[in-house]
Design a protein around this ligand. Sequence first.
Ligand SMILES: Cc1cc2nc3c(=O)[nH]c(=O)nc-3n(C[C@H](O)[C@H](O)[C@H](O)COP(=O)(O)OP(=O)(O)OC[C@H]3O[C@@H](n4cnc5c(N)ncnc54)[C@H](O)[C@@H]3O)c2cc1C
Length: 389
Amino acid sequence: MLPPATFLPEYDVAIVGAGPAGTACALALRGRGYRVILLDKAIFPRDKICGDAIPGPALKALRQLDPAYMEALWQLHPRDDVRRSRLVAPGGGSLYLHWKLPTFNSPRLNFDAALLALVRQHTTTEVRENAALKNVEITADCARLMLADGRQLTSRLVVGCDGAQSVVGRRLLPEPRLARAHHCAGVRAYFENVGGSESGTTEFFFSRSHLAGYLWLFPVGAGRYNVGLGMLSELVSQHKIDLRQLLLDNLATHPALAGRFAGARQLGPVRGFGLPIGGGRQRPASGARFLLCGDAASLIDPLQGHGIDLAIRSGILAAGQVSLCLEKQDFSAEFMARYDADLQQQLGPQLARSYRLMRLLGTRPWLMNVGVSLARLPGLGRWAQRLVG
Ligand SMILES: Cc1cc2nc3c(=O)[nH]c(=O)nc-3n(C[C@H](O)[C@H](O)[C@H](O)COP(=O)(O)OP(=O)(O)OC[C@H]3O[C@@H](n4cnc5c(N)ncnc54)[C@H](O)[C@@H]3O)c2cc1C
């Protein structure tokens, strides 16, 4: 009697979402000979609501994969190369922090399209745009992905890089209630003709009116600015805050911004999106035949709100786990849990420290004022820089 025919899934790896996490995962799988598909519901270039500040560790992680990736990204236009940040405390005192790692701001419309271009240029990944995942189920032999247009595909493994509203996460993990203590809401708009801004300097404004959050003003090149406001969702809902209105009110009335928006022109509407922050009791980021990365795994830094670097770093860690699974042909939840341990080891301490600091400073504006004053004393600036990251 013939042995039963073994079922061969069409792909070894299906990566859902071509943002920073998904593209980093595809880049990190380069050259390993796997059949990889990268799906995204959007057609690129696509916008992503963000502050557009590309953290230095994001570029560092990509450079470690291949220096050519970083070189290509430094050619991006528009772009504003960032050297320092100005923090303005609720009491009005300011502090400048100087960044060691080279970094820049660039609209996500361009940055994410450039990452996807790297995937196309450097890997054999099959890229499918306009392909929204609707459902995914895990069987004994594969992950079965159902797309919104009715098509289906099968893969040995699925990597959910589909952002804050991850379908992979919602379908494969028990659905949790939104934990507002571990979630921020953010809004942003683009402006031009903002007075008193300097290229190379990102600005953060803290105020009693938006505790556990901040207002940002980031130059993104070509004379444009990304201006936004983010806050812990717990406070937004407790105080019934209209973030869009609060942003516009602050641009007109915040003492440290006085007059700077008088001649400014707003380009497009104020748009908002959620930020699932890390540092709390994390849900698992894996299970049988699946892994979650980036926002899908709630990996945004709670203090500063950056997540592009953590998305990229988790995408690279996931690629390592994918390779191990394919090598050992082990797709069990127990084996996948090594990825959770890697995340915890590599990113956990930073996220936990940021979460504690955010809760501490966010509810005590006086502490922020004292911190900024102390950090201006000779020798203490470096301490503040290390604390903020
Ligand atoms: C207001 C705001 C400001 C922020 N500012 C910054 C900042 O300045 N710097 C910083 O580092 N981080 C910032 N962040 C966080 C940052 O945007 C995210 O952490 C980062 O984008 C996470 O990358 P990702 O690849 O996990 O997800 P995403 O970038 O969200 O990418 C997910 C991808 O999945 C696709 N997708 C979603 N659902 C499906 C589906 N069903 N099927 C197929 N594809 C799907 C989407 O189209 C998208 O391309 C900000 C976030 C917000 C909301």
